[in-house]
Design a protein around this ligand. Structure first.
Ligand SMILES: C[C@@H](N)C(=O)N[C@H](C)C(=O)O
Length: 221
């Protein structure tokens, strides 16, 4: 697991961003995709993603075996929410490793929580998702989504039940076919158009910049 390019690496923050201007789309109005409410916020921000990401997910779903669907858990995340969880994890790691320097702490924090300035969720570019059956029952992919307590969160974890491995492979095949990139410390985290995606695809720049605060159309006036 040591050769993973972490989100806190300078190679990621050095990548330019050329905002393409694509809007966020509300997945609650995209019936083709099933949305899981476990992280729902009152404004429905979690249910938003850039339109180009939504289109790709819809196509990816058609590439899954019959009877299996994507289950979307979290898309857009406000900057302040990302900043709070980054600071919380950094503080915990600093307490646990008081002799480590700032660079090491930043890298290790980013193993599971992105620095706010490079976060794909804050750009509407990253999505946490899993698989479900035709009735919406979640499939087992080897760990709970967002459970980072065991090695099973790593996408390539060797020690998985065969069916969980099969499901992970099916998810990866479909999402990679439409151009999404996985963060290898978390099998559920995929993105398109953010800096991490640009790094891995060789794109000259990321397509989606940070959206600090998403404003509902009704609030805009
Ligand atoms: C905190 C976890 N759910 C997550 O989203 N991690 C990624 C790497 C992020 O913070 O962007």
């Amino acid at each position: 697991m040591s050769d993973i390019m972490l989100l806190g690496d300078q190679a990621i923050s050095a990548i330019a961003v050329h905002e393409c201007g694509e809007p966020l789309q509300d997945l609650r109005r995209a019936p083709a995709l099933r949305l899981d409410p476990r992280l729902a916020d009152p404004a429905g921000e979690y249910a938003h993603l850039r339109a180009g990401v939504v289109d790709r997910l819809v196509t990816a779903q058609t590439m899954l075996p019959i009877g299996i669907r994507l289950l979307i858990v979290e898309g857009y995340r406000p900057l302040e929410v990302q900043a709070d969880s980054y600071t919380l994890r950094l503080d915990n790691l600093t307490r646990a490793h008081p002799h480590r320097n700032a660079a090491w702490l930043r890298q290790e924090t980013s193993r599971f929580v992105a620095p706010p300035e490079v976060s794909g969720h804050v750009a509407g570019a990253a999505v946490d998702l899993t698989l479900c059956d035709a009735d919406g029952a979640e499939l087992w992919l080897g760990s709970q989504l967002n459970d980072i307590a065991s090695e099973a969160c790593y996408t390539d974890c060797a020690d998985l039940p065969p069916q969980a491995r099969r499901h992970r492979n099916e998810l990866a095949r479909a999402l990679q076919a439409v151009g999404l990139v996985n963060y290898p410390t978390q099998w559920w985290h995929w993105s398109y158009g953010d800096r991490y995606w640009a790094f891995h695809t060789g794109a000259q720049a990321a397509r989606y910049a940070t959206i600090a605060r998403w404003i509902q159309p009704d609030d805009a006036g």
